[in-house]
Design a binder for this molecule. Structure first.
Ligand SMILES: [Zn+2]
Ligand SMILES: [Zn+2]
Length: 347
């Protein structure tokens, strides 16, 4: 039985969330209604929650949350999915026609549609998302782990961009991942999966310990902007997974000749980066902006989750009901949880 009303979290301002009771939406042409099985909190949520918005993803007041898996409970006859299907939903859909889309850079689509509203009992999936960004949940994959497909897709995209910029085999490269939040940990696993030797840098001992279980060969304790035992080292791949100018600066300054720096964490509007122009030129260094993911990266992410559910399960340090979403974000902010899974309908 589908109730007549449902609860949905709205971001209403910096640090302010509201759980609103709304009439249950009815799917229109090509649309789906899913029951949310799990939605995970993410660093982007924390950022958006604190800043009270996001330059491209949402304007306030806005439904909140974007990492989600659920079960289709109503489907328009025109949709590809039917009632009972278990699905993982990407948080954006590209047009498929513009120049970036034709060049397989769908993440840069000029008409990219974003989907927010995962922190809810139920979620209406617009037709364009249902058509392009809804994937079957791999059989047997726990919903709380399947919900990680979106951030992992971003990490997969980062690995693919980095490898494309590197001339030799990844087995002969060394990588430095700056920041061991969930994305830094995912990136550690992915670089290790292509047999690159991975070092990580993070100030939190717990996160460094988790990084070892994700395949880090070396862990270094410290903040990106401070001196530490890595200051003199150079890496073929560097990745900023902090989203801070200090992390970006470190990614650039630690780069070896011919190396590839992936500037992955999104910085505040107006943030700037200092570059040693002579070094970038004579050492042919590649500085890559990396943003979001492509549909192909999302599918690869689901495969990866399915092949290593236990490892990825370590990222989910708490599960909470929907009405404790603010507590979940507090756990993230105070670094007491890497990620929290919101389960609106606990078994
Ligand atoms: Zn996310
Ligand atoms: Zn497009």
């Amino acid at each position: 039985m589908i109730p007549k009303h449902q609860n949905q979290a709205f971001l209403t301002g910096p640090g302010s969330l509201e759980l609103r009771q709304l009439p249950m939406p009815e799917p229109g042409p090509g649309e789906l209604l899913i029951r949310v099985d799990a939605a995970t909190t993410c660093g982007t949520d924390v950022k958006v929650f604190r800043r009270g918005g996001h330059p491209t993803m949402l304007t306030l007041p806005a439904p909140f949350g974007h990492e989600v898996t659920g079960t289709v409970v109503r489907a328009d006859a025109g949709a590809a999915q039917t009632e009972g299907d278990t699905v993982v939903v990407g948080n954006s859909a590209a047009c498929g026609r513009c120049q970036p889309c034709r060049h397989k850079r769908e993440n840069l689509c000029r008409d990219l549609v974003y989907l927010n509203g995962a922190f809810a009992d139920y979620m209406l999936i617009p037709a364009v998302v249902a058509e392009r960004s809804v994937h079957p949940r791999p059989p047997g994959l726990e919903p709380v782990i399947a919900a990680l497909a979106e951030p992992l897709a971003c990490a997969v995209h980062c690995l693919e961009r980095s490898l494309a910029g590197w001339s030799g085999p990844p087995t002969e490269a060394r990588a430095l991942i700056i920041g061991c939040g969930p994305l830094g940990l995912m990136l550690t696993d992915l670089f290790r999966s292509v047999r690159t030797r991975v070092s990580v840098l993070d100030p939190h001992p717990h996160r460094l310990a988790v990084a070892e279980t994700f395949g880090a060969a070396e862990t270094h304790r410290g903040r990106a902007g401070e001196g530490d035992d890595l200051a003199e080292e150079r890496f073929d791949f560097t990745v900023d997974a902090t989203g801070s100018p200090a992390g970006w600066q470190r990614a650039v300054s630690c780069l070896a000749p011919g190396g590839v720096a992936a500037l992955f964490g999104g910085c505040r509007p107006g943030a700037t980066l200092k570059i040693d122009a002579e070094r970038v030129h004579y050492q042919e260094q590649t500085l890559l902006g990396v943003y979001h993911y492509r549909p192909a990266s999302f599918r690869a992410a689901l495969d990866r989750l399915w092949s290593a559910p236990e490892r990825y399960g370590r990222l989910i340090e708490r599960e909470l009901p929907l009405d404790r979403l603010t507590d979940a974000l507090d756990l993230m902010i105070s670094r007491r949880a890497l990620k929290v899974a919101i389960r609106p309908h606990p078994d």
